[in-house]
Design a protein around this ligand. Structure first.
Ligand code: SF4
Length: 332
């Protein structure tokens, strides 16, 4: 990494403009600058694109990402770019979704430890058993599932369109997996009988109604934006409940001054950087999986990926999982 003092200074200034809002110091940015310069240079040389989920750390999001968003949004964007390589700043099921939507591209996941408690809670075998137990009942899987699990399902859904996908089936029973709490939230909105699995997100299961009530008392007028992976008792107290993109849009459009983002801390940080005129209060939770990716790993994976960092999927799995994603995409 051979950069002039001037180049490093300029890059550190660019980083500091954004990162100071989430407590990075000038020294932190000076230390990061050679790394982000090198990643951004390599990215161009290799015709790669870097996608960052909103739960990634701010140095990844504002230092090197080409696109920021939720997993499906990112995969869709990646499939429309001319890049040959996709570096996915997110967790494994997201990188797999990118591979399903862009099978000809090389998809790289910087940390092979970036899993997800939801996607790891269920296997394709479990889904097959459920289908045997409940024949002819449509199976909907949340996007937070492995490609093999998606391949066994009739449709996929996101936190934003779960209810619509459920209602799209002409059946009075639906198997909805793997998120138990999201299934309960959907059950509260539909007349269909929801058969659920016992998966939980380690981040969102931690929030409780008491915390929310305390924030409401301490900061009157605060809008409470809740991710639907939280429990129904938390969702009940929300001004808005949905996925990360919906939460961001609500915070952008709503005229209130103060918001609580009931989700992973990365999203709250993003809002602090991007909506400086608004206040973000209350606590958030860290996802241990999302935080496995680092700038150092992104640099390494761009230079020379190890086999375990390359996403490879069976062709049949890609085809079948693609169908469950296609079903969802067609739902208006
Ligand atoms: S926040 Fe929850 S759902 Fe998202 S990756 Fe982490 S464990 Fe999985």
């Amino acid at each position: 990494m051979d950069y002039t003092e001037e180049q490093v200074k300029k890059e550190a200034t660019r980083l500091y403009e954004k990162l100071q809002k989430v407590n990075y110091s000038k020294d932190d940015c000076n230390a990061l600058a050679p790394l982000t310069l090198e990643i951004n240079k390599l990215k161009k040389e290799k015709n790669a694109v870097i996608l960052a989920h909103s739960y990634q750390t701010a140095d990844i999001i504002y230092g090197v990402a080409d696109f920021i968003g939720d997993s499906l949004e990112l995969s869709k964007q990646a499939s429309t770019t001319k890049a040959e390589i996709i570096v996915f700043g997110g967790v494994k099921f997201m990188a797999e979704t990118a591979k399903i939507l862009s099978p000809k591209k090389t998809v790289l996941l910087p940390s092979n430890e970036a899993g997800c408690s939801l996607s790891e809670s269920i296997t394709a075998k479990d889904v097959k058993r459920l289908k045997e137990k409940y024949p002819k009942v449509p199976v909907i899987c949340y996007v937070n599932t492995t490609a093999e699990v998606k391949a066994e399902c009739d449709a996929c859904c996101t936190s934003a369109n779960g209810l619509k996908v459920v209602e799209s089936f002409d059946s009075d029973k639906i198997i909805f997996l793997p998120d138990k709490l999201m299934a309960q939230n959907i059950q509260n909105l539909t007349k269909k009988k929801i058969i659920s699995w016992n998966g939980l997100c380690v981040v969102h299961k931690e929030f409780n109604a008491k915390q929310i009530k305390e924030v409401k008392e301490r900061f009157p007028g605060t809008k409470i934006l809740v991710h639907t992976e939280c429990s129904p008792s938390v969702v009940e107290l929300a001004d808005f409940a949905g996925g990360t993109t919906g939460m961001i849009n609500y915070a952008k459009m709503d005229n209130s001054k103060s918001f609580m983002m009931v989700t992973e801390c990365g999203l709250t940080d993003r809002m602090k950087v991007e909506l400086i005129q608004k206040d973000f209060v209350g606590s958030c939770e860290l996802c241990p999986y999302m935080k496995k990716n680092t700038l150092e790993l992104i640099l390494q994976v761009l230079k020379k990926p190890e086999q375990k960092q390359i996403i490879e999927l069976d062709e049949k799995v890609i085809e079948k999982a693609g169908k469950s994603i296609d079903y969802m995409m067609k739902i208006k």
